[in-house]
Design a binder for this molecule. Structure first.
Ligand code: ATP
Length: 350
């Protein structure tokens, strides 16, 4: 049974459908990310779950309890905002104790609990420092400790790492994931960073224009997008045009590609989109010969040390191939090349 259940949750701001009849189930102990472009409704959905917005329709369940009308402070939810919302004039200890005071934890127990929470987020010894005397990563940990002080049933995080530099963000993502697994706390993370969502989530909810486009495990979403928006949004995907010839052949950008196993899912003459990941595209110098090959020209090569990205123009369509530096073909900008990929590495979208 779902731990958090959303049933037809809706929220409009004037003419904008910020959250459009969303149904979702989140299970106990899961870390689920809401991922999507700016304005897709991720924060609004999180705020509805927190009770910081009132929905126009639908229901929210936490466990077996209908919390749709329950005020925020009675929802057993801990939140960390992008801004962290720490009190700069208070010490670290006072910031965390504030959350304990609100819960009416007796003063005699507050100090011990503050120490335990700081231990939990690997921040011993900073209790009497002011917030301004901490690094960005340390402030993150204080915000998480304060959110956990309430022993919440659900932890909600709204872009908590977006202000950190890339290296620290990666370290904090890992730290959060390990802490979340250790505590087994059901967590929702709002992010527009695909790598962040892919790295630390059990499941990713991809949203666009107030709607859920796909829910799945990170690799499932990456390898088997069921929707053209998801295929395009997650990672880089080469989206090519195709026309189905028969059960085993598709004409892709005017070239016959064979080896498909389409069964009766598609009919002859049907127009489809073919998604191919850059790591599945092979590029070799020279003109194509044989099937399953498209001619192209190298427009740009980007070598960042850990990988090489080869940008091609294939019959007017942009195609990207990624290879490891060791496997880099001898190519230069402007060269004529052949791009190929196997049918079983592609996804076909209607
Ligand atoms: P971002 O990643 O930029 O934070 P988001 O996916 O979290 O975006 P939301 O903040 O949920 O998106 O906004 C969804 C839509 O609702 C947007 O079109 C936004 O402009 C609109 N919106 C959000 N809050 C309000 C508000 N208080 N008043 C009016 N419109 C709002």
């Amino acid at each position: 049974m779902a731990y958090l259940g959303l049933k037809s949750i809706t929220k409009h701001f004037g003419a904008v459908n910020a959250v459009d009849y969303i149904d979702l189930e989140i299970f106990s102990g899961e870390l689920v990310s809401f991922l999507g472009p700016s304005g897709c409704g991720k924060t609004t959905l999180l705020r509805l779950i927190a009770g910081l917005e009132t929905s126009d329709g639908g229901q929210i369940f936490l466990g077996s309890r209908d919390i749709t009308e329950v005020p925020t402070h009675q929802r057993d939810i801990g939140m960390v905002f992008q801004s962290l919302a720490l009190f700069p004039h208070m010490t670290v200890g006072e910031n965390i104790a504030y959350a304990l005071r609100i819960q009416r934890v007796p003063k005699s127990q507050q100090e011990k609990q503050v120490d335990e929470l700081l231990e939990l987020v690997c921040l011993p010894g900073v209790k009497s420092r002011r917030i301004s005397q901490l690094s960005g990563g340390q402030q993150q940990r204080v915000a998480i400790a304060r959110a956990l002080a309430r022993h919440p049933k659900l932890l909600l995080l709204d872009e908590p790492f977006s202000a950190l530099d890339a290296k620290l963000r990666e370290a904090m993502q890992l730290e959060l994931r390990l802490l979340q697994q250790r505590l087994g706390i059901t967590t929702i993370l709002v992010t527009h960073d695909q790598q962040e969502a892919m790295t630390i989530s059990d499941r990713v909810v991809v949203m666009n224009e107030g709607k859920i486009r796909q829910v799945g495990k990170p690799l499932e979403i990456y390898r088997h997008p069921t929707d053209p928006f998801v295929a395009d949004f997650i990672g880089t995907n080469n989206l090519l045009r195709g026309v189905v010839c028969n059960e085993t052949a598709i004409e892709v950008e005017g070239v016959l590609f064979t080896g498909w196993q389409l069964g009766d899912r598609f009919s002859s003459g049907q127009q489809v989109s073919i998604g191919v990941r850059p790591e599945d595209v092979t590029v070799v110098p020279g003109q194509p010969s044989g099937r399953n090959c498209i001619p192209g020209t190298v427009t740009f090569i980007r070598d960042i040390g850990s990988s090489v990205k080869i940008h091609l123009d294939c019959r007017g369509r942009k195609v990207v191939s990624t290879v490891l530096p060791k496997a880099r073909p001898r190519l230069a900008q402007g060269d004529t090349v052949t791009a190929s990929f196997s049918a079983n590495s592609c996804i076909i979208l209607q």
